[in-house]
Write a protein that binds this ligand. Sequence first.
Ligand code: AMP
Ligand code: GLY
Length: 443
Amino acid sequence: MEKVKKQIGKVPPHRGDVKDISKDDILIIGGGGREHAIVTALRKSPRVGDIYAAPGNAGMNVIETGISATDIKAIVEYAVSHKNIKTVIVAPDDPLAMGLVDELTSRGIRAFGPTKAAARLEWSKAYAKDFMKKYGIPTAEYASFTDPEKAKAYINSLDYRVVVKADGLALGKGVIVCEDKAGALSAVDEIMTDKKFGSAGNEIVIEQFLTGYEVTLLAFTDGEHYSSMLTSCDHKRAFDGDKGLNTGGMGAFCPCPTFTKELLEKTEKTIVAPTVAAMKKEGTPFKGVLYFGLMVDGDDVRVVEYNSRFGDPETQSLLPLLNSDIYEIFNACIDGTLDKLKIEWSDKKSINVVLASGGYPLSYKKGCVIEGLDALDDNVSVYFAGVKKCPECGKLVTNGGRVLCVQAAADDFASAKRAVYDNIAKITFEDCFYRRDIGSKLN
Ligand code: AMP
Ligand code: GLY
């Protein structure tokens, strides 16, 4: 087990060893691979003491509170009654959309993440599209509807391919990319009449299909200033060659080599800076991590989606390349002093691959024993997601669709990729599957 501990997200000792420095205890909300990567980055800060999690997972080596990420009341009570907790970091979309940051702030607790009103950029696609239109931020043509018949009439009036999207949060699955008009009309029925995504589909957005390649750009922002992170590329479909259903993400690499410095400058000027400024102007300044899902076609860059948080699995490739103290960055975002920080990134290349349970993103088995983690090389990290310790046998078992993520960074993508796939081959659990083509176009 010692070796496993060493590999899992490269977990350093529970408390940092730097003496004579005051340390803050932290509560992180969430329990997936993304949160595991955030905790691993936080542990590098000499200012971070004990880390609590709601709920956390078996690999994070944190104090598990036993509270779920969406039990807003219990989280607030826990934070209020544990005076040692200095900051709460809210990573997933649901608690942000439920207003956890607002609740914590109103009780005098420091929280990292946007308010409910700012997080609306993610939890309402119709709002996000109207916002972009109002401020001239480049995105696809669209219209929003609450009436299915009007939506169908609009589709029939168009001469281009469309994408039909549920307005609300739907675990990243509320988007139907339609092949033709008939597919688009039945997508309207699935979302609005059959309620495939529940009340998330009470309103829909019908959008022009964009061609190009997708890039994720994240930015830290304090409501006024921003700092772009490195770009990354997610792989959303379940199977090799971008086949199969959309998932939460099956692997990522960072940075995206085709996204040049010139494209970044253009994106900052036409998308990132206007978004931050417009949110402030709307009276809902965005503090936290802004996620720009971009479609790039030549030198044309448009927003496909906003998220109000770190991406998963992009974060597991991205944060290992952060050379600055993430706790200092979180504090600067909360305090509005991000412009005072110089944030440094490694120039290494990073890649991660998700190991999932057979059947994901639909139904899958849980409770399968995971083996081989003690045989992994030192040059890879493992981030846990759907994993728990079996109370009866004490072994690690599967407990979700996306189970683990294996990541490596190296001077070149080929070496990083080799390290990841060589080590994945050592891990076994029943019905495990993963994509074998993450980063295959890189070299
Ligand atoms: P979203 O949740 O809005 O990012 O959509 C999920 C995925 O659907 C995206 O990552 C794209 O692959 C695809 N998608 C969404 N909107 C469009 C669009 N307008 N054109 C082409 N593909 C899209
Ligand atoms: N990887 C996509 C997301 O986090 O929404």
